[in-house]
Design a protein around this ligand. Structure first.
Ligand code: PLP
Length: 372
């Protein structure tokens, strides 16, 4: 059994993907070939966002937005303490300070009550210039953007959505990418929409921000690539990856439906035994992960492993306890939920091609492990 089964999806799309790759090999425009612009169009249509930019990775997507916002030393950006390291890493790379906020124990996403208190504390107890908030749509579930945007507006902060795990998700029919002014996603192979290497995208409603990021992703180009008007990076999406993603985005909606069915079956089998993900009315998760909580986490993981069932712990350590992220600012507020989750979470095999029989085996093994 596999944790994420990329092969089944490949076999479903094999003819199309091979033809798309062949086409790129024929025209040979490996950098910024026509597939890149065509895929950007596909993303705009899918998400309903006016501007989508294909970029080199999810991390670079986040980093380029912060560069475009002029984030640097002396600035602070609030990020959840329970997320993949890249969310905080990009803030540090630019010399700014990530300020960690606790998360909600059921949604795994940023806790908006903590967020409000934390903003006051940064203003009153530090000399940092608080510039923005980076909510994360953890495990595919969109963050509570309605509340976050209201708080951000009251304090004149930008909101950069880390949608690396949630492309394909939605809130009340509004798709991820459109949920805040600017968001970033990842096409790392194991994400809900993955390519065959590294890739990512930025989505925005802001034409000016779009123009700046287009420049940053190509060494800060102006009129052309030998006209350098700002500091940039190599931040482009490869043509080959765009060609592959064009095939895959066509089945993304269908695959999200399958992921939802997988999630529903897990919840039905497991909700009386462990804490299963909560349903939030109007929210569609992209189900990047199906993550349970239990104080018997390590015993369950070991039992499943002995049966050849792979699981993963996302994430075993909250960011404020990571050696590279130690900081006196981590003491502004206690972060008990992030800490507790790191000890209790377990992500189960999740992909659109998981069979009901496989799921039954996984669920039975979990129930058995609890009785040991
Ligand atoms: C995967 C991920 C990223 C980084 O994406 P890459 O494409 O691997 O650089 C950033 N944030 C979160 C929450 C992620 O899960």
């Amino acid at each position: 059994m596999q944790f994420v089964d990329l092969k089944s999806q490949y076999l479903r799309l094999e003819t199309e993907i091979r033809a798309a790759i062949d086409k790129v090999l024929d025209h040979g425009q490996y950098i910024m070939g026509p597939e890149v612009a065509a895929f950007e169009q596909d993303m705009q249509t899918f998400s309903g966002v006016p501007y989508a930019i294909g970029v080199s990775s999810g991390t670079d997507a986040l980093k380029m937005v912060l560069m475009a916002k002029g984030i640097g030393p002396g600035d602070a950006v609030i990020v959840p303490a329970f997320t993949f390291v890249a969310t905080a890493e990009v803030v540090k790379i630019l010399g700014a300070t990530p300020i960690f906020c606790d998360v909600d124990a059921r949604s795994f996403n940023i806790d908006t009550d903590c967020l409000q208190i934390l903003i006051e504390k940064v203003h009153n107890q530090t000399d940092l210039h608080l510039k923005g908030i980076m909510p994360v749509d953890l495990f595919g579930l969109p963050a509570n953007y309605e509340a976050i945007l209201e708080i951000a507006k009251a304090h004149d902060l930008f909101v950069l959505g880390d949608a690396a795990q949630s492309f394909g998700g939605a809130i009340n029919e509004k798709r991820v990418g459109a949920l805040c002014d600017v968001s970033a996603t990842s096409f790392f192979p194991a994400k809900p929409l993955g390519c065959y290497g590294d890739g990512g995208a930025v989505f925005t409603h802001d034409k000016n921000l779009y123009d700046i990021i287009k420049s940053i992703q190509f060494h800060g180009k102006g009129e052309n690539q030998y006209d350098n008007v700002r500091i940039g990076i190599t931040g482009r999406l490869d043509t080959l990856q765009a060609a592959i993603l064009r095939c895959k985005i066509k089945v993304l909606g269908d695959e999200i439906g399958s992921r939802q069915s997988v999630a529903d079956r897990y919840t039905q089998a497991l909700s009386e035994h462990v804490i299963t993900p909560m349903h939030y009315s109007g929210y569609q998760s992209a189900w990047a992960q199906y993550t349970i909580r239990t104080d018997k986490r390590d015993a369950i993981k070991a039992h499943l492993q002995s049966l050849g069932i792979p699981t993963a712990i996302y994430y075993p350590c909250p960011l404020h306890e990571q050696p590279a992220y130690m900081s006196p600012y981590n003491d502004l507020m206690p972060l008990p939920i992030a800490k507790q989750l790191s000890k209790e979470v377990l992500s189960l095999p999740m992909h659109p091609y998981l069979s009901p029989q496989q799921q039954q085996d996984i669920s039975s093994a979990i129930v058995d492990a609890l009785a040991l």
